[in-house]
Design a protein around this ligand. Structure first.
Ligand SMILES: [Fe+2]
Ligand SMILES: [Fe+2]
Length: 329
């Protein structure tokens, strides 16, 4: 049987449990938070005072902080790209409305609230150029992405396990920075988003765990392939208006490193957590290739640490169109 057919068979085998995984990891619409829970109520009499407070507190936060928050928000707003990518993965079937398709739709519906709440907050903050941000978002959705996972469920679930944890780290750090500046509402918002990301991370990690149980050799090979080619961030094609595809991503990523929101040390830390979670070192009776892949993975964090020590991050902020120059500091 071809590798592709085995993967399909594995996805079909796991399908019967997806309904219970949805119950375990996702929260029903009626119970979960909504963006308006964290934003001024526009029907209320205090709306303008509440907006004024957001604008006052926003003045306390530095330029690099806004760049990161904007980049995080745009990454969340490119959700159509992620949903359409996952819908196309082998074993996920939108037309037949199979359980995997249901997972993707329900996961998307939770994720959609992230960009929504951050977008409204940024709009009210008065600190950013919304039109430039909107253009970047439209560009990013139009440009799409290529995360090197193909239509392979194994590679895609490695990617999502990693990426959900990466977004947990960055939203959580942004929440902490907001808290340090006394910005409670922004703290709550980013903190609750981080909680969602963590929950999603656990779900995707369980998918991988279950695949390891039935197809350890190919799952190991897929993990190695993803780490060899490096996990690309979902916004790697990020650009500002009038610029070439991908030109804003590096500066956004440098900014996130500079203020400690997401660093190369975090990347390695996430890799170590995945290795631990899946007990990679204890997986035995593998094929020769898979054994080599396992050994490669076990040595990778230390190898990456040695390289990361040599990396330098530019000290000065890059001027984005998203945040007004007058506020650069
Ligand atoms: Fe998200
Ligand atoms: Fe997420």
């Amino acid at each position: 049987m071809s590798l592709k057919n085995v993967r399909l068979e594995v996805m079909q085998h796991l399908e019967k449990d997806v309904e219970s995984l949805i119950q375990k990891y996702l929260i029903p619409v009626e119970q979960i938070w909504q963006p308006t829970d964290f934003l001024p109520n526009s029907e209320g009499d205090n709306f303008f005072e509440e907006v004024k407070e957001i604008r006052e507190l926003s003045k306390e936060l530095p330029y690099d902080f806004w760049v990161v928050l904007v980049g995080d928000m745009i990454t969340e707003e490119a959700l159509p790209t992620y949903e359409s990518w996952l819908m196309d993965v082998e074993g996920v079937n939108q037309v037949e409305r199979n359980p995997w398709g249901k997972w993707v739709r329900h996961w998307t519906s939770e994720e959609n609230r992230h960009g929504d709440v951050l977008n409204k907050y940024l709009y009210l903050s008065g600190r950013v150029n919304m039109k430039e941000i909107e253009k970047t978002t439209q560009h990013l959705i139009a440009d799409g992405f290529d995360i090197g996972t193909d239509r392979d469920p194994y590679k895609n679930f490695i990617y999502t396990s990693f990426q959900e944890l990466a977004t947990y780290v960055s939203h959580n750090r942004v929440a902490k920075l907001a808290k340090e500046k006394g910005n409670k509402s922004l703290f709550k918002m980013c903190n609750i988003i981080a909680g969602d990301e963590m929950r999603h991370h656990h779900a995707y990690s369980e998918f991988v765990e279950r695949i390891f149980e039935v197809d350890p050799n190919q799952m190991m090979m897929a993990f190695q392939t993803m780490m060899k080619q490096k996990i690309t961030m979902p916004a790697h094609f990020l650009r500002e208006s009038g610029n070439q595809i991908g030109t804003a991503f590096e500066e956004f990523s440098n900014t996130a490193q500079r203020i400690g929101v997401y660093t190369s040390a975090d990347y390695i830390d996430i890799l170590e957590k995945l290795i631990k979670r899946w007990e990679i070192g204890n997986i035995k009776n593998l094929s020769d290739d898979a054994e080599k892949a396992r050994d490669y993975l076990m040595k990778l964090p230390d190898r990456m640490k040695r390289l990361a020590d040599r990396m330098k991050i530019p000290e000065n902020s890059y001027q984005f169109k998203w945040v007004e120059p007058a506020t650069l500091k």
